[in-house]
Design a protein around this ligand. Structure first.
Ligand code: 5GP
Length: 117
């Protein structure tokens, strides 16, 4: 089953894509929790962090590298930001297509993202 993110990656549904290469696609979250809230998503389907394999190690490193580049591009690198992978139920993962949240542009406080009501 293609996820909503797979459809965004393939251009089948609209999204504010800020970066794309042969390995990852990054687009703005539809429901941002901060001035910058970007999702960095592998173009191939990996459901959760639990499903990352040895072969995916470079890909996941690339996701972090792209996130840092985008943070610089957004002008939030110096002030700082947060990178988050949510995993499964207790991690409040909603979309089962691996994604890295890049969140920043305001002080985020000591807490992780507030759980959705
Ligand atoms: P999760 O809780 O799975 O880590 O987060 C999924 C994120 O995807 C949420 O922050 C949610 O707002 C975002 N999201 C869900 N559907 C869409 C969509 O269709 N477009 C975009 N741009 N973001 C989405």
């Amino acid at each position: 089953m293609p996820t909503i993110f797979a459809k965004i990656i393939r251009g089948e549904i609209p999204a504010d894509i800020v970066y794309q290469d042969e390995r990852v696609t990054a687009f703005r979250d539809i429901d941002p929790v901060a001035p910058t809230h970007i999702l960095i998503v592998p173009n191939k389907l990996i459901a959760t962090v639990n499903d990352v394999t040895e072969d995916d190690k470079l890909l996941v490193g690339h996701m972090v590298f792209v996130a840092a580049q985008l943070a610089r591009q957004e002008g939030i690198a110096e002030d700082g930001y947060r990178l988050i992978f949510n995993c499964n139920q207790h991690g409040n993962q909603v979309v089962f297509h691996l994604h890295l949240h890049l969140v920043g542009g305001r002080p985020l406080g000591p807490m992780i993202l507030k759980p959705r009501e």
